[in-house]
Design a protein around this ligand. Structure first.
Ligand code: NZQ
Ligand code: ZN
Length: 385
């Protein structure tokens, strides 16, 4: 196991009725900006619940943060934060609302052009407004991490930044808020969480038994519980297990002391920015392709994954790895998330522009060994046809 430092100060309130905790979490004298997306929280009653918990607070609202949040939209919210002297940001929504709000938390205290936050990948952030979350979509893990992914619509740049100052002070995870999710978003959430786990697990062995055991356990939870929410969206226990798995998948606990891959995420981000696929759809396409291309380098962990997650055994390691990759692909398809570019109406014609963007963003040494260059990315994209 590699050396590590672990820090995660986010307080989690998990379960039914926990939105009421907002009253205790945010001091009553604070001016609170509630941020949200395109209106799902109005339709499912979550906004009303939030407002009644904050009845004693001075509350402002900013709606309209889109999926894959746009920098341009967030600048309008920044104007409100400054004009109204907002003290506290409360994100109510999925990963996009939370990520957008993390950007706002940093931008509110930033001097100079706030795109510099993204250009520096968060390194220039020295202060941030406090923020909290009410999570309505189990998927990204943003509710308990220091990462945010923002899209500049004008240039089709989708980029992340990291800074511990934007880790939410608290996050409220009530699985019942997920009952109203469209099937596609429920499925996306399971696939995103699944891929977060394997990005940190299917690399090369470093004898990290704790991280491996947690990863394998979480993957098995997603495999058994995922299909249940497609059949019965109001299965509270399945929602609860998926929600906590998704948070655990990317709150840092799996990342410490092990290598991380993230090539599927980096290439996938460019596909979303240029062609609008959902984040998880890009992962369902890219992950099997990355694994096929890197099968030899990942062989030890693919064989371990095959045995401990899927119960696949045998003598021929190459064949075991192939079967594990196929099982993964079948699981994504079973969740209703197609795994080929062609399923989304895309073909090889998209490859050159993706390579241009990867180079522009300096994403040219990807993977756990930093050895996936542009020529490799091209081959991987061909495998994703
Ligand atoms: O806009 P609203 O009305 O909120 O509707 C949303 C949106 O249309 C809807 N939704 C959310 N909760 C709902 C609901 N509809 C009905 N009932 C509910 N309870 O779902 C749609 C998608 O929401 P979005 O927030 O975009 O989805 P997700 O949580 O999957 O977030 C995706 C974003 O997170 C980034 C992705 O790149 C993408 O931009 N990621 C963030 C990460 C992080 N911060 O650590 C890591 C991830 O790898 C990922 O990159
Ligand atoms: Zn992801």
């Amino acid at each position: 196991m590699d050396n590590f430092t672990f820090y995660n100060p986010a307080r989690i309130h998990f379960g039914k009725g926990q939105i009421a905790e907002l009253a205790n979490e945010i001091p009553a004298n604070q001016r609170v900006l509630i941020t949200y997306g395109s209106g799902s929280i109005k339709r499912n009653g979550v906004l009303d619940e939030v407002k009644s918990a904050l009845a004693e607070h001075q509350v402002f609202e900013f709606g309209g943060i889109e999926a894959n949040p746009h920098y341009e939209t967030l600048l309008s919210a920044l104007d409100i934060i400054k004009a109204e002297n907002i003290d506290f940001l409360l994100a109510v929504g999925g990963g996009s609302v939370i990520d957008g709000t993390k950007f706002l938390a940093a931008a509110a205290k930033y001097t100079g052009d706030s795109w510099g936050i993204i250009e520096s990948r968060g390194a220039t952030v020295k202060d941030a407004l406090p923020m909290g979350c009410v999570l309505t979509l189990a998927a990204t893990g943003s509710e308990m991490n220091n990462c945010s992914v923002i899209t500049k619509q004008s240039t089709q740049d989708k980029l992340f930044f990291f800074n511990d100052l934007v880790i939410p002070r608290f996050s409220i995870l009530d699985p019942a808020t997920n009952f109203s999710l469209p099937r596609r978003q429920s499925a996306n959430g399971v696939v995103d969480a699944f891929v977060h786990i394997v990005e940190q697990y299917v690399t090369y062995p470093v004898d990290a038994k704790v991280q491996d055991a947690i990863a394998e356990g979480l993957l098995k939870v997603l495999i058994t519980e995922g299909p249940k929410i497609l059949d019965n969206p109001e299965d509270y226990n399945a929602r609860a297990n998926i929600m906590w798995s998704a948070t655990m998948a990317l709150n840092g606990i799996l990342r410490v002391g092990v290598p991380g891959d993230w090539a599927s995420h980096m290439i996938g981000q460019e596909i979303t920015a240029l062609h609008g696929l959902d984040h998880a759809q890009t992962l369902a396409v890219m992950l099997p392709a990355v694994w096929k291309y890197k099968k030899q380098d990942k062989l030890d962990k693919l064989v371990q994954y095959a045995a401990n997650v899927w119960g696949i055994s045998g003598n021929d390691h190459s064949d075991i790895a192939d079967r594990a990759i196929a099982a993964t692909q079948t699981f994504f398809e079973q969740m209703g998330v197609p795994t080929r570019l062609a399923d989304y109406g895309l073909d090889e014609a998209i490859i050159p522009e993706i390579l241009v963007k990867l180079e522009e963003h300096s994403h040219v040494g990807l993977g756990e060994r930093g050895d996936i260059g542009l020529a490799d990315a091209e081959q991987i994209l061909r495998l994703a046809k």
